[in-house]
Ligand binder design. Structure first.
Ligand code: GLN
Length: 236
């Protein structure tokens, strides 16, 4: 957490543009799992007309349609706050449209490349088919997260440059390209797992918390773990 405060600051970027799939669930589950460990939290909503604060701990970006996605990318680039926050080591968790725009470039609806925020070494463009459905993937063992599950709905495909690592290998679904799903670089992470990806994957939520607060105590398995198991069983 930032030295100036003992409160974990969860910054939800642009709920007015990037919140198509219940993305608020990600902020709520981070808060819940932090507070169960006695960590105080604050959720900061940053609308697209607001400046992005640089002193947050975990920044969340959700999914969106093509037009709001372009607007969000333009505003984030002009603002500069997210990039500065990432440079000072904040964690970033970005979903789908949010994932694409934190990269070096992404495609608009005619697949013209547009510049992204440039905090992770990925490039996205349009695929020939839309990737829609349940997705199951095995995370990079270095992350200690295991198997994740979610729902994807995107036209884009994503290629990783040498500085980014795949978040996971796909077992089912498309993800980046049919082989890997998501990417991370330092504490910046993006995924095609939609909306409330963190409620469906509590281990991923805990990993983001560990990135900011260090060791955290394990929790008794609860509905979150149960949901994870149920969705895995249903998807495979
Ligand atoms: N417009 C992007 C795509 O189709 C992102 C869509 C989304 O966030 N679901 O790839």
């Amino acid at each position: 957490m930032s030295d100036t405060s003992s409160v974990l600051r969860i910054v939800w970027i642009y709920p007015d543009l990037l919140s198509t799939y219940g993305d608020q669930g990600n902020a709520l589950i981070l808060r819940r799992r932090a507070e169960l460990r006695g960590i105080r939290t604050e959720i900061v909503h940053v609308h697209s007309s607001d400046a992005v604060p640089v002193e947050g701990d975990i920044y969340l970006l959700g999914g969106g349609e093509d037009r709001p996605q372009i607007l969000a990318a333009e505003r984030l680039r002009a603002d500069g706050g997210l990039k500065r926050a990432a440079e000072r080591g904040a964690a970033v968790f970005a979903v789908c449209a949010g994932y694409q725009i934190i990269g070096e470039s992404y495609g608009d609806d005619a697949d013209n490349p547009l510049p992204g925020v440039g905090i992770i070494d990925i490039r996205s463009g349009r695929g020939e088919t839309r990737a829609v459905g349940e997705i199951v993937a095995d995370c990079d063992p270095a992350l200690g997260v295991g198997r994740i599950t979610g729902f994807e709905n995107h036209q884009g495909r994503t290629a990783l440059g040498p500085s980014a690592r795949p978040l996971s290998q796909t077992v089912k679904g498309i993800g980046n390209d049919g082989h890997t799903e998501g990417a991370y670089q330092g504490q910046v992470l993006g995924t095609y797992l939609h909306g409330p990806a963190l409620p469906r994957n509590p281990e991923l939520a805990d990993m983001l918390l560990r990135w900011r607060v260090g060791q955290i105590q394990p929790l008794q398995p609860s509905w979150g773990e149960q949901l994870h198991e149920e969705r895995l069983a249903a998807a495979l």
